[in-house]
Design a protein around this ligand. Structure first.
Ligand code: GLP
Length: 241
């Protein structure tokens, strides 16, 4: 594991974006696994800046997002499709047809999960999977449980997860109760994992995930088993290391 702590968010975002753009520069056909949430916003801004400077193109790249809420219209401002459009997809030359996100409105969610896994399998391997971290140790929307799923699946969101994400909605009852998420097996199959964690409220969980027991009670703890894990922390999240 390669763990780096940054004293400024600008440097953290530049470093994370640099890893992703560097990968796409050397391998224009890279397959990227992307994440949502508050954490990667600044990192996406840096990627867009690099694209605008003309130093990187995503014309031949492919992306797979980790997850999507169930039941939010695709154009709902808080759908992860809207988030990705607003923060990245609408600002770079990634072809829309290769920017994949699970369809949270599919009539048959189980079939949609299979379709998503088949698409990932066709792409062979995710070269880099970007991850944030939930306060309860979730990655994507893989919540703590007695067992974890390998492939894409539908998940009932834990109340603490809904509460954490309620800040993006007008009220708690508007926060979806379910989501589709890539499974931990797929995440761990990525060639490289880039975990980004910010804020004092994540200091304990990121420390537990990376140094504590490997357990399905803390899905992020399984990242300890990955051979190429890079962790970027701000100084608040990194205070226990
Ligand atoms: C959300 C997302 C995760 C994200 C996490 C942390 O629920 N599904 O992919 O990493 O929660 O989000 P934030 O970065 O806003 O703290």
């Amino acid at each position: 594991m390669n763990l780096l702590t940054f004293d400024s968010h600008d440097k953290l975002h530049e470093s994370g974006a640099g890893i992703i753009t560097g990968l796409v520069q050397t391998n224009p056909r890279a397959v990227l696994g992307l994440a949502t949430g508050g954490t990667p916003v600044g990192l996406y801004e840096e990627i867009v800046k690099s694209y605008r400077r003309g130093v990187v193109s995503f014309r031949e790249a492919t992306t797979f997002n980790l997850d999507e809420y169930v039941g939010l219209p695709e154009d709902h401002p808080e759908s992860y499709r809207s988030y990705m459009n607003a923060h990245l997809f609408h600002h770079i030359d990634l072809p829309r047809g290769r920017a994949h996100i699970p369809d949270g409105n599919a009539a048959d969610p189980a079939a949609e999960c299979l379709r998503y896994d088949e698409l990932i399998a066709e792409a062979k391997q995710i070269d880099l999977q970007l991850l944030g971290l939930g306060h309860n140790g979730h990655i994507g929307f893989n919540e703590p449980d007695h067992a974890l799923n390998s492939g894409t699946h539908i998940v009932k969101l834990r109340e603490e997860t809904r509460r954490a994400n309620a800040r993006f909605f007008d009220s708690m009852d508007q926060v979806p109760t379910h989501a589709l998420t890539m499974g931990v097996g797929t995440i761990l199959k990525a060639k490289m994992i880039l975990l980004v964690v910010k804020g004092a409220d994540k200091a304990e969980i990121v420390h537990r995930a990376l140094t504590g027991p490997i357990t399905t009670d803390c899905p992020a703890s399984l990242l300890q088993t990955h051979p190429h894990l890079v962790v970027l922390l701000d100084s608040e999240a990194g205070r226990l290391f």
